[in-house]
Structure formats: C-alpha cells, structure tokens
Write a protein that binds this ligand. Structure first.
Ligand code: ZN
Length: 483
C-alpha cells in the first residue's frame, strides 16, 4: 500500500515536471520566435546642446519590452542613467541609459554638448556732470566687459570713435562678439567759429603803425577760447603789399579751425618829379639847427633866397630856428634825431623811432609834419653796412610811406675835407656849374660853411640861378645805393 501510494505519488511528480519542462521549452521557443527585447523611448532630441551655465535637466528615457509576435509589452522597465553633464564646463558629454531584461543588458546613449553662445556684456560708466567740449575732446569715462566663460574682458575691449559716438566691441574666447555705443552730445563738439575783430579785409596806407585788432573765439557752450588762439603772419606797415594774418585754434585731438585777415598796405602816392624851367640851386643844410643858423637865415633873407634844412635834435637851444626857417619859406626836412649811425641803421624800428621823434619836434616848431628827409650819410652811405640791405629797405619803406628822400649832386666839402670858406665857395661854384639843377650839401653847424653862403648867393644870382627850397616834386638827386 505504502509502496503503491508511493509509486502513484512519484508518477504525478514526474508528469508535473514533464509538463513544466514542456511549458518552459514552449515559452522559450515562443520567446525566441518573438525575439523579445527592450525598446527605449528617448525624450527630447537624441543629441542635445545646452548653454553654458544653465541648469540642465536630463529629459530621460523610458524602456519597455517589445517583440515580433506579441508587440510592445506593457511593462515599463527600470532605467539606470550613467554619466552626468556639467554645464560649467564646455564640451561633449555622453549619457548612457541601461535596462536589464531577460538576463540581458540593453542601453542607449545621448550626446549632450555644453556650448557658449552668449556674448560678453559691456557696461559703460558715466561721470556725473561731465561735459566734453571741442577743445578738450572726449575723455573716456570708463567701461567694463564681463563674460560668463572668460570672466573680466575689460582689457580686451576696443573702442572706435565714430563722429559723435564711440563704439566699444569685445569678443570672447568662443568668438561671441558684442558691441555697444556711447552717444556723445554732438553740439558740444561743434567746431568753434573764430570772429575776426574789426574789418576782416583791411586796407591801409603805408605808415609806421599797424595795430592788429585780433580775433576772438568761443565754443558752443560759450567758453572763451581766445587765449588759445595762435596768430601767424604779419604786416609790415611801412612796406606796401598784401599781407595775411591767420588766427587758428587747435584742440587736443589736433583738429584746427582758422580764419584769415587780409591787409592791403597801399603806398602813399608821391608826386612825380617836376623839373623847374630855370637853372636852380637847392641849397641844403644838414645837422642843424645850431648857433650859426640864425645868421644863415639872415643872409638868405637878405638875398630873397630859399633853402632847405635837414634838421636834427642835437642842440635843443636852437629848435626855435626850425620854426623861424619854416615861416621864412624855407623847407624843413628830417635828418633824424640822433644822427647816430650805429643806432639808426641797426633796424627799421630803430630808424623809424628816431625819425618820428624828429618829426614831432618839427611839428612842434612849425605846426606841421614834413615829408622831406635826408638820410644821415646819404642814401649811398656805406657806414650802414653792418646791417646788410638796410638802406635798400629804408628807401623803399620811406617812399611807400610817402616820404621823399633827397641826396645831393654838389658837395661843399665842409664835412672834413676843408675848413676854409674860400675852398667851400669854390667847390660849390664848380659843382653847380655842372648841373642845371644843383642840390648842394652844406652843414649849418659849421661856421666856415655858413660864411660861404653870401658869396655863393651873389655868384649864383648873377649867374642866372634861382635859389629854391626843395619840394616833394623837386629833383631828389638820388645816389646809387651801396647797401
Ligand atoms: Zn648829417
């Protein structure tokens, strides 16, 4: 019984095991034919690009079973994710998702690239109350540049001035560029206008003085910039000609604004020389007045003769003789105040200064200025050669200013050659005999020369000469210039 029961029980077990084996084999065959495996569904794009520094959330995947006979299983499998993405580091990352099914591992990968496409940020600083101007130009108020990846890029910023704006640009290490502009208040930079004071185009007659009325300039904000004006060019008032004076101002950028004044210096007209019809002797006396001038004037009066006095200021005690001579109908001309060659021929300025102080004395004595003069040493002198060309320049200047200079064609010899009155008379007579118009040089500071005059007058008048005072249109007996 126990054995039978035992046998019966053993058979059932065998049958059960056989069924189980069969079932298992059947299932294995079905699975083999069904080719069951794991299928992944990837959320989002398979390959992702994320911006540097942003929060990255893995969209993940889900995994299910799938086969050819039984299709997709309802079963969602647990997924393990391998790898991580650090958005603080540029580069490519791999995320690997795995799932285990039927003793096998399945996996899928996702590529994630961390990139930097964000340009740096430039911030412009502004200074409260700062006002740039044309003169000062714009002084940079400052800026900063910051990039998420590269950090401080301020040193890499390039700025470019574009008229009334400044463009600042910077590029980060990934090639991302940014630029911002600063707009400057353009009217502050308007170039100043120079105002030429007085007449912009002046015309004047040649003379001793030219006073430049100057110019003024202020910027668009009304700031007076006149102290920064630079004046170039000049006017030589005693030389006729066309002159230009340029006023300019230059700012710190090297930009300039300028204005020009023209000055036309016209020559003062001198009358054309007019030769008298009759034989004429122009007696002329230099270097006085002196103690002998009064006696000389008496003699001339007695003979009704006129003469010319080229006066100096050597002896103020006799200034009144200038007035007396003038009122008696004689001509008065300038011979300089000092008669000091080294002084008067050292420069035009020195000459004119000396010359015009004599004019003042003449004006005080006679009531009017003169336009006649004689150079100390004559226009042909060589004592002035220490200043080359001075005589040529002075002759031209004096003529431009309307002064006539007179030399002589008869020399009495009273300035050192002789002290004998008889010789002086002889010299004058012989000299005059050779000229229809004689301009005779004597010195009324020499008594022995003054003593010759009466004899000369007698001789001249009996020989048909007139004795006249020089006038602007008289023969000037110019010498040739030697300097
Ligand atoms: Zn002299």
């Amino acid at each position: 019984m126990r054995q039978t029961g035992k046998r019966r029980g053993g058979r059932a077990l065998v049958v059960t095991l056989a069924v189980l084996v069969w079932l298992l084999l059947t299932a294995a065959v079905i699975m083999l034919i069904d080719a069951r495996h794991v299928r992944f569904y990837v959320y989002g794009d398979e390959n992702l690009t994320v911006e540097y520094g942003t929060d990255f959330t893995d969209p993940g995947v889900y995994a299910v079973t799938e086969g050819s006979l039984f299709g997709e299983g309802k079963e969602q499998l647990p997924v393990q994710t391998w790898g991580a993405v650090d958005t603080r580091r540029l580069g490519s990352y791999v995320l690997r998702y795995t799932a285990r099914y039927a003793f096998a591992d399945y996996s899928v990968e996702r590529y994630v690239t961390v990139v930097d496409t964000t340009p740096p940020v430039i911030e412009l600083k502004k200074t409260e109350g700062y006002t740039p101007t044309w003169m000062t130009g714009y002084a940079e108020e400052g800026y900063t540049a910051f990039d998420a990846v590269d950090g401080n890029l301020t040193d890499k910023v390039e700025s470019l001035r574009l008229g009334d704006r400044i463009r600042y640009s910077v590029t980060d290490s990934e090639g991302n560029s940014t630029s911002v502009e600063r707009v400057l208040v353009s009217q502050n930079f308007a170039p100043p206008e120079i105002t030429v004071l007085g007449e912009q185009n002046m015309t004047m007659q040649a003379g001793l003085w030219f006073q430049d009325p100057g110019a003024a300039v202020s910027d668009s904000l009304g700031t007076d910039l006149t102290p920064y004006l630079v004046t170039e060019g000049y006017v030589i008032p005693w030389f006729a000609g066309d002159y230009q004076i340029e006023y300019s101002i230059t700012n710190e950028l090297g930009e300039s604004v300028s204005a020009v004044r023209t000055v036309k210096v016209l020559p003062v007209e001198l009358p054309a020389e007019r030769k008298p019809e009759e034989k004429t002797i122009y007696l002329s006396f230099d270097d006085g007045p002196s103690p002998y001038t009064a006696r000389l004037l008496d003699v001339l009066d007695r003979y009704g003769a006129k003469a010319t006095f080229f006066v100096t200021a050597q002896d103020p005690r006799y200034y009144d003789q200038i007035g007396r001579a003038y009122r008696a109908g004689h001509a008065i001309g300038v011979h300089t105040t000092s008669h000091d060659y080294n002084k008067i021929y050292s420069s035009e300025q020195a000459f004119f200064e000396d010359f015009f102080s004599m004019e003042e004395i003449i004006q005080q004595q006679t009531g009017s200025y003169t336009r006649l003069f004689r150079f100390p040493g004559g226009s042909s002198n060589t004592v002035s050669r220490f200043n080359p060309g001075i005589m040529s320049r002075l002759c031209r200047a004096m003529n431009d200013m309307g002064y006539q200079y007179y030399d002589w064609n008869v020399y009495s010899g009273d300035a050192g050659e002789t002290t004998k009155t008889e010789q002086i008379i002889k010299n004058i007579k012989e000299g005059c005999a050779q000229h229809k118009y004689a301009v005779v040089l004597q010195h009324d500071i020499k008594d022995y020369s003054v003593a010759a005059v009466e004899e000369v007058l007698k001789w001249g008048q009996s020989s048909g000469y007139s004795f006249k005072a020089l006038q602007l249109d008289s023969p000037a007996a110019h010498h040739g210039l030697n300097n």
